[in-house]
Design a binder for this molecule. Structure first.
Ligand SMILES: Nc1ncnc2c1ncn2[C@@H]1O[C@H](COP(=O)(O)OP(=O)(O)OP(=O)(O)O)[C@@H](O)[C@H]1O
Length: 318
């Protein structure tokens, strides 16, 4: 559906997007994640033909956004970070105006706009001036604008930024329903947001793609084995001494005691080594029975910090 090949953008000497390569299949909802300044908006602006790339190309259903812009752009609806709203227009007037610009056939216009307003839940504000709407409604009118013409692909830049929690949830629900009929790419710097609605997450940092996987796999792949909680039969001093004899174990944290004569401990190792074996060997070499071993999956938030290099453990293994 969308192929992004070696996409690169230089602003003077600054490389904002650095040879990014990914594809999005039909019907997928993909989250584009990265901290502020990672290059998300720049990438989206190039994907939608708003901005020329320095290098690389974007194909939408096989059509190059640069060489065949009309064909490619007709398949994309875009909600930029700042929605292009005419605030002195009423919602209906504005959407009708957008439909005319997008050359929607006049006999299809009415039903299309009614359908879109229902999908994004803005029917009740049809006759209100856009400038008087709440941020949540304004954002959904922006989304409605992107949907006019029923493009196959919908690209949303930070669609929930500045919304209150209730508006955010409404926006998320709307995005989920979009996935039934459209291919969706949305950017965010909030992990919980993309993991709630997306089939797949692409993470970029400093213009480079650093991960692409399902939210679940990201969690499993990156972190399996690096952190576990164990229940051990022994004293604190014995456990710490045993752990110290195995350099692979980097952190030991005593959690407490839930069973008499035992201590619950969280162990962490660097990188992607399976720490279960290390803990087992370390403890058994000091005659400390291991009663329970339980991997601890880190939250996506922590994974994000790890892959983007902002986490406290990142620098040790990269
Ligand atoms: N027009 C421009 N001229 C020069 N540098 C720019 C321009 N636009 C963006 N940049 C720089 O390029 C980098 C990527 O910016 P971009 O807006 O794409 O990031 P982002 O991931 O969308 O972040 P945000 O969430 O803050 O919008 C940043 O370092 C930014 O300062």
């Amino acid at each position: 559906m969308i192929e992004v090949k070696n996409l690169t953008k230089h602003y003077g000497k600054h490389v904002a997007v650095d040879h990014i390569h990914f594809t999005i299949a039909e019907g997928e909802i993909v989250g584009f994640l990265g901290p502020n300044g990672a290059g998300k908006s720049t990438t989206m602006n190039m994907m939608t033909g708003y901005m020329a790339s320095t290098e690389g190309e974007v194909l939408v259903s096989g059509h190059s956004i640069l060489d065949e812009p009309e064909k490619a752009k007709a398949k994309i609806g875009y909600l930029p970070e700042q929605p292009p709203l005419y605030v002195d227009m009423k919602v209906d007037e504005y959407l009708s105006f957008v439909a005319d610009i997008k050359k929607v056939k006049s006999n299809e216009k009415k039903a299309m706009l009614a359908n879109i307003k229902e999908t994004v839940r803005i029917q009740e504000v049809s006759n209100r001036l856009i400038k008087n709407l709440s941020k949540g409604y304004k954002q959904r009118v922006g989304l409605a604008q992107a949907m006019v013409g029923f493009p196959e692909v919908i690209i949303l830049d930070e669609p929930t930024v500045g919304l209150d929690p209730k508006q955010m949830m409404e926006m998320r629900d709307v995005i989920k329903t979009l996935g039934h009929k459209h291919t969706v790419l949305l950017s965010s710097h909030i992990l919980s947001e993309v993991s709630a609605v997306c089939d797949r997450v692409i993470i970029i940092h400093k213009g480079k793609l650093v991960a692409s996987d399902t939210p679940d796999n990201l969690s499993a792949d990156l972190l399996q084995g690096s952190k576990i909680q164990s229940r051990l039969k022994g004293t604190e001093a014995e456990i710490i001494r045993a752990a110290a004899s195995f350099p692979i174990i980097k952190h030991v944290r005593i959690v407490g005691s839930k069973e008499s004569g035992t201590i619950d401990v969280i162990f962490e190792c660097d990188g992607h080594t399976d720490i279960r074996e290390a803990v087992f060997s370390a403890m058994s070499s000091h005659q400390i029975p291991v009663l329970i071993q339980q991997p601890l999956n880190r939250s996506l938030e922590e994974i994000f910090l790890q892959v983007t290099g902002e986490g406290s453990h990142y620098d040790k293994h990269h």
